[in-house]
Design a protein around this ligand. Structure first.
Ligand code: NAG
Length: 419
């Protein structure tokens, strides 16, 4: 359909591209040229090409080798899965108990034990250099890539260019693309190796490009930082990352605790105190465990991820270091318990409230709006329960005579919505 005022490039052109015509049609955007008031609807492919040209020239302006930039960016294709999957990350979409149970599956624990014993010499070298223990590294290896069996099949330039091009992660995509150019420029990685997840995470440790550029090491000293095939490079790099974020070899990651009757949950809000101070407030090791002799002075946070009815933990510095790897409580607790399971230690003994119904993202957004309207500011309504939302829930609970554990499930959600 061509008229003077509206030039619409139709599906004949669109279907040559990689995205489905429907997705393209939905995505089509109106570019209004002010002077002529001509409406031009560009296809997604045309807009993507324009983005490529723009990015390429900016990268060259920044001093990257034009040949390398063009070779990497020109063939890039939109990866529709990257946009789709971004909305369904498991860390945000399953209840913490399901995530943790899955993490510590019998198969994963068994295979991890075998790899721990097969790689003893390597782990000893890594511990000597970075002061990080084998268990946490094995847990990361097991969770990120099923010990190297699942590395992702996406050419990461496609995924990252897709993010950079549009959606909620354009800044992330650009930053990661520049980091990828840095990695190639370093000569330690070949462009053909740049395969990873839909989110651009690479190798057995699933490093995103900025992490790769800043923390990957060539532990086996062969000139290639090969996080895909070299256990030494992958595990050495993970150790380097944890060590740079402050891993403490002598300290635990967490311990499970019980709380005194009438415990004031409002202090389980991320504040740090010594174990001695927590003890004085009624926090004790779960039956059958004891603090080690020098644990009293360790700084700890109280974690109550499934409310007063669920398991409770003191978490130490190392727990926060794991969250630097992946900023999710489920992830950190998964890694922490898996690294205990390899040593046949008790992981979590108190039952989870598994019959609780999780609240979906749309409902959470509505709840955040409701709480904010009621004067309990959640600082935005994104459908994700972060510290601000948890504080708002606690304050609402306190005002309504409930235990202020900041934990939301379907029943509490319904109460809040009708209040
Ligand atoms: C994670 C990164 C972390 C980064 C975070 C947010 C790894 C192992 N972890 O994937 O460094 O801060 O994304 O972009 O790369």
């Amino acid at each position: 359909i061509r008229t003077l005022s509206s030039i619409i490039i139709t599906s004949a052109v669109i279907s040559a591209g990689c995205a489905t015509p429907k997705a393209v049609a939905n995505d089509a955007v109106n570019v209004t040229a002010a002077a002529t008031v001509t409406k031009v609807e560009l296809t997604q492919d045309q807009r993507f090409d324009a983005w490529k040209k723009d990015f390429t020239s900016r990268a060259i302006d920044r001093g990257y080798d034009p040949a390398i930039v063009r070779a990497m960016i020109s063939p890039a294709k939109i990866n529709p899965l990257a946009l789709e999957r971004d909305k369904t990350q498991p860390e945000f979409n399953s209840p913490i108990w399901a995530y943790v149970d899955k993490t510590t599956s019998v198969d994963r624990v068994t295979r991890g034990k075998a790899l721990l014993s097969e790689n003893q010499a390597l782990f000893a070298d890594i511990e000597a250099r970075y002061r990080v223990n084998p268990y946490v590294l094995t847990a990361i290896w097991g969770l990120e890539s099923s010990y190297g069996r699942i590395l992702g099949t996406h050419y990461i330039i496609d995924a990252l260019a897709t993010f950079a091009f549009e959606g909620r992660r354009t800044k992330f995509g650009e930053e990661q693309l520049f980091a990828t150019l840095d990695i190639v420029k370093s000569g330690k990685v070949r462009p053909a190796q740049l395969v990873g997840s839909w989110a651009g995470a690479m190798g057995m440790t699933q490093f995103i490009p900025t992490t790769f550029r800043d923390y990957a090491v060539d532990f086996d000293n062969n000139g290639n930082k090969d996080l895909w095939k070299s256990e030494a490079d992958a595990l050495g790099s993970a150790a380097h990352y944890l060590s740079r974020f402050g891993w403490r070899l002598e300290e635990p990651i967490y311990t499970e605790v019980k709380l005194a009757q009438g415990f004031d949950y409002s202090i389980a809000d991320g504040r740090k105190m010594s174990v001695n101070d927590w003890s004085a407030l009624g926090v004790a090791p779960i039956t059958g465990q004891r603090w080690s002799a020098d644990a009293g002075f360790l700084e700890a946070k109280l974690l109550v991820p499934a409310g007063a009815k669920g398991p409770k933990f003191l978490t130490f510095k190392n727990f926060d270091v794991i969250k630097k790897y992946n900023n999710s409580t489920s992830y950190a607790l998964g890694i922490a318990t898996l690294s205990e399971a390899y040593r046949d230690r008790a992981t979590i003994t108190a039952p989870w409230p598994k019959s609780d119904k999780q609240v979906g993202r749309t409902d959470l957004k509505a709840m955040q709006a409701k709480l904010t309207a009621l004067g309990y500011d959640t600082k935005g309504a994104d459908g994700i329960v972060g510290p601000n939302t948890r504080r708002a829930i606690r304050n609402w609970q306190t005002a309504n005579g409930l235990t202020a554990d900041g934990y939301i499930e379907q029943k509490l959600f319904e109460k809040i919505m009708v209040s």
